[in-house]
Ligand binder design. Structure first.
Ligand SMILES: [Zn+2]
Length: 339
């Protein structure tokens, strides 16, 4: 059974808008055809959210005014205390609600740092039952959590730990990812010495760090809204984009809605990067980190697609569809999500 989506298609690597249709068969993009159409819809690849902590969905907007350490530092940051207090059922239900919101707002996959060891990994798998979104789960706190998950997510290399867990990932053939350069530059070199699959944040790189990121083609996930909330600064997104693959993440649900629309808008308005580059960060680049083939509208790729109402009160009359999607669109403009 073929399904057809019509309108302005943001196709290929360039996301160049073209009037036409996308033909989907058996979950795959069978054809992308340029043709005249009456539809005012905008069709784009579904998003990949490259960094989340969905587990703290129980603590939305808790801890206003606290510092980064007071909020999220293990073991006694506010987030960890609230997670300990909540029942498993409460946590699973709260995660399921966030996952539903992510699907409804066009997110096809997410790369999750999951607190709580093996139990935490089991809990998010329960929350994912009946969901269509693809998870890539990075367990935390133990090698057992990594083995139960798809990889290991490290808090940061500040104290020179994680060597053993890095080795355990290598033995298990699973990726090791790590926060780095969030508050200052000092944990960037130790993090890179661990040969991670990608770095998260990189707000404070020095030239030597940028050179090494480029030489090693080490991908970076930036989370601009999170960095604003925790008041650590703004990542040099322009410099990073010029050197490596940069993806976009919404970070803690405690601090920010897991909306890729909002993250794109902030990235586009904070950094000197094109709307096309930001859309690529939110789709194809995240998909690459997730090991997924989607994130682009091209024949033969999985059909993970998002349709927006280009004639919504919010978007009607937009001159540049890519800029409108990145800088202006929101959940209210979503007409359909094909996952
Ligand atoms: Zn994080």
């Amino acid at each position: 059974m073929a399904t057809t989506l019509e309108g302005t298609i943001l196709r290929g690597e360039s996301f160049d808008p073209a009037e036409g249709r996308v033909v989907v068969e058996d979950g795959e993009i069978a054809a992308v055809e340029e043709t005249a159409t009456d539809s005012t819809d905008i069709v784009l690849p579904a998003f990949v959210n490259a960094h989340t902590h969905i587990g703290d969905s129980i603590a939305k907007e808790a801890g206003g005014g606290l510092s980064l350490d007071e909020l999220v530092a293990p073991p006694d940051g506010l987030k960890h205390r609230l997670l300990r207090q909540a029942s498993r059922e409460e946590k699973v239900r709260a995660m399921a609600r966030s996952l539903q919101f992510m699907e409804d707002s066009g997110t096809a996959a997410f790369l999750e740092f999951r607190e709580g060891g093996v139990e935490g990994v089991d809990a998010i798998r329960d929350a994912l039952a009946d969901r269509r979104i693809d998870p890539v789960i990075f367990g935390r706190e133990s090698a057992a959590a990594m083995r139960a998950a798809d990889g290991f997510g490290a808090s940061g290399a500040r104290d020179g730990e994680f060597g053993d867990l890095r080795e355990a990932c290598r033995e298990a053939g699973k990726p090791f990812a790590i926060h780095a350069g969030e508050r200052d530059p000092h944990d960037l070199t130790p993090a890179m010495d661990l040969d991670p699959a990608f770095l998260i944040h990189v707000v404070h790189p020095r030239d030597e760090h940028l050179d090494r990121i480029e030489n090693e083609q080490l991908p970076v996930v930036v989370c601009p809204r999170s960095n604003l909330v925790t008041d650590v600064g703004v990542a040099p997104i322009r410099e990073l984009v010029e050197r490596t693959t940069v993806a976009l993440g919404t970070d803690n649900v405690m601090l920010n809605s897991p909306s890729m629309f909002r993250e794109m808008e902030f990235a586009a308005k904070l950094a000197d990067v094109s709307a096309t580059e930001v859309l690529r960060m939110a789709t194809h680049n995240g998909a690459e980190l997730a090991g997924k083939e989607y994130g682009l509208i091209e024949e033969g790729r999985p059909a993970k697609l998002l349709t927006l109402d280009g004639d919504s009160d919010n978007l009607a009359g937009a001159e540049d569809p890519v800029r409108a999607v990145v800088r202006r669109a929101g959940e209210g403009d979503v007409k359909g999500v094909m996952l």
